[in-house]
Design a binder for this molecule. Sequence first.
Ligand code: 8YV
Length: 315
Amino acid sequence: MRRTILAFQPLLDNEMRQLDREYNVLKLWEANDPVSLIKKNANDIQAILSTYNSSGVSDRLISALPNLEIIAQFGVGYDNIDLQAAEKHGVAVTNTPNVLTDDTADVALFLMLNVARRAVEADMFVRVGRWHSGSMPLSTSISGKTVGIVGLGKIGRAIAMRAQAFNTRIIYTSRSKKDVPYTYYDDLGKMAQDCNFLILACAGGKETKNLITYNILKKLGSKGYLINISRGSVVNEEDLLIALRNQAIAGAGLDVFADEPNVPEEMIKMDNVVLSPHVGSATIETRSKMGQLVLDNLKAYFDGKPLLSPVRLVS
Ligand code: 8YV
């Protein structure tokens, strides 16, 4: 008999077909009444396929599924999962690191280039015919600037590599100093002061919640740009709005927000921001690899083999 998996979101077609072949998939996104779907099948559910942009995997949900064994997250970040509860109930957790590193780093660079070189505005300038009546306002050089990266994990390093190719100097802050040729700061405020582009590439969750306050943005300064491809929770969005409104910073390139898909109305109207809808991993190639890694982790787990990308639980 096929095992039952509760899936929050569909995978791409090819991976979804595999999932459907191998499991009895409870498709939460198709359910008229998701709560009763879960209640009705609570005893059968052995696995959850979770994603960041859907409802979280809470202690309450984990506790309601007595035979749950594994949570396979479609994504590298897992701040939507209550890891403590997973550990308490002996539930394994996996994620999809590595396969999305390059695409996510690319988005950091495209936001940086877009906001500094006013690319969105330039496109509109041509489309609406304003070129006929004059030139666009000047933009800001990337070359020769300093890029400060918050979080030098795999994605942070991939961003550093790319940014270096644009002839920038890289500085970083991280939980610990790494063996890299970039200057390490143990003080985020000092780093913000010393960089032109502050790029957030750290994990979300309690540890980094509201790390970026008005005070930090003020240190980044009126010529500095904030780029966020990590989690909206890392930035105090109210503070960011004030900083953008007052031009305490020059601008921001944002792929993630505090309450997705809701973006503050005021931010949408600002011309010193470039916005994208959480697309770090959103390419056909990467989403397919993420789906395959989810499938491979589930298979490894149920075959009694080592997990390919386990998430280390709390203790
Ligand atoms: C999402 C992400 O998982 O990997 C992450 O942590 O935030 C993204 O890749 C993706 O948008 C699916 O929800």
